[in-house]
Design a protein around this ligand. Structure first.
Ligand code: LMR
Length: 390
């Protein structure tokens, strides 16, 4: 039977991790998968998380099942950070999910059960978005996310929404757009929110990098502006980056609606999908986040660590932008983009040459992880870019 299986190419981004690890060259540079790195190239556990984990080991007296919705203390503790301190709690309910991927999967599957047949999404996008939409059997409708000048293309979103109607959802990145780093500005979000009003289009907001762009509050501006305008939406949230919990897989799925019955049905459907997929989410990382958010001192420490991360990425962006022009590449837009990622207009051959000749690893799309650049490798990186684009 198994011989009937078609060939399945490995996920390109995950394949890159293996290729990089196998490269013996000492000065190799990893700009691939989206993990934060310090100025010395490390991805340490947050101190606030370490402290919470120590506490967890001391106080946790059971690892018995919690249920498909996971740790609801974690899910609720995040709500003021995501939706704002004054958000009407009766409009929102959520459940834990295995990472941002699990949360997006739940959002897409719940949307499908609610009658969504097409997902409208700006491209390029995180490659897993399209994979999840396809795996759910939904149609993907694309529009251009960014302009040639490295800003967000609001007109393209407007045109896509003008064509949208019942059975459609629109997937928006809340902040730190992956892969481009090109976010809608607050003024653009102010225009987007009314565009969604009065349309039978379900907003799906993916917020996977809150705090890595302009700050915890500023990065929620788009989501909160949309939710102040529309009656309902689905939200996929990830703590993998802003709490540094990557492999612990910590995410949450939220439904927002003023209809209490619909809200409980969204959760019941989400729980059923979770049960048939992973049954119950992994607990450890979410429990650690809950302990951080339940403790004012640990929360302060976590937010300070997040500020440091953001500050370092801003410095790297400033240095890249200061290069102005590297061969044909205009570097200034990188300075105004947000989060871990930006895209460089490189050909497949140039990306291959960076890998083969300079031991620099990046996604095939030209996406670079800004945090992979350090004070020691940023100049060699810029020189390598100059060499392959000459
Ligand atoms: C990335 O885009 O590099 C991260 O979100 C990791 C992943 O799962 O793709």
């Amino acid at each position: 039977m198994l011989e009937a299986l078609g060939a399945q190419p490995a996920d390109a981004l995950l394949g890159l991790i293996k290729l990089y690890n196998a490269d013996p060259r000492p000065g190799k540079i990893d700009l691939g998968v989206g993990v934060y790195r310090t100025a010395t190239g490390a991805t340490p556990v947050f101190k606030a998380i370490k402290a919470a984990e120590a506490r967890l080991i001391a106080v946790q007296d059971s690892k018995s099942y919690l249920g498909p919705e996971g740790d609801m203390g974690f899910v609720r503790a995040l709500i003021p950070y995501v939706f704002g301190a004054g958000f009407d709690a009766s409009r929102v309910e959520g459940m834990q999910a295995p990472g941002g991927t699990g949360a997006v999967r739940l959002a897409i599957e719940v949307a499908k059960r609610a009658g969504v047949r097409r997902v409208i999404m700006g491209t390029p996008s995180w490659p897993n978005h399209a994979q999840i939409i396809a795996a759910a059997g939904l149609e993907l409708v694309t529009f251009r996310h960014g302009t040639a000048e490295g800003t967000a293309d609001l007109d393209a979103l407007k045109a896509a929404l003008a064509e949208a109607g019942p059975g459609d959802a629109v997937l928006l990145h809340g902040c730190c757009h992956n892969p481009s780093g090109v976010d809608y500005t607050p003024a653009q979000w102010d225009e987007i929110a009314p565009m969604l009003v009065g349309r039978a289009v379900l907003p799906l907001i993916d917020l996977a990098y809150q705090g890595l762009g302009a700050g915890m509050e500023a990065d929620a501006y788009g989501l909160r502006t949309v939710l102040a305008a529309v009656p309902e939406a689905l939200v996929a949230y990830s703590c993998d980056k802003n709490f540094g919990l990557y492999r612990d897989r910590v995410g949450a799925f939220y439904a927002v609606t003023g209809d209490a019955d619909a809200l409980s049905r969204a959760m019941a459907n989400g729980a059923a999908i979770a049960r048939a997929s992973w049954s119950m989410p992994p607990d450890h990382g979410a429990a650690a986040v809950r302990l951080v958010l339940d403790d004012a001192e640990l929360t302060k420490e976590w937010l300070a660590e997040l500020d440091d991360m953001r500050g370092r990425m801003r410095e790297v962006r400033d240095r890249l932008a200061a290069a102005q022009q590297v061969g044909p590449i205009a570097m200034a837009p990188l300075g105004i983009q947000n989060g871990l990622f930006s895209m460089l207009p490189l050909s497949g051959e140039q990306i291959q040459a960076l890998r083969a000749d300079h031991a620099i690893y990046m996604a095939g799309s030209g996406r670079i992880n800004i945090a992979g650049l350090t004070s020691t490798n940023i100049e060699p990186f810029i020189e390598a870019l100059r060499a392959v684009t000459a």
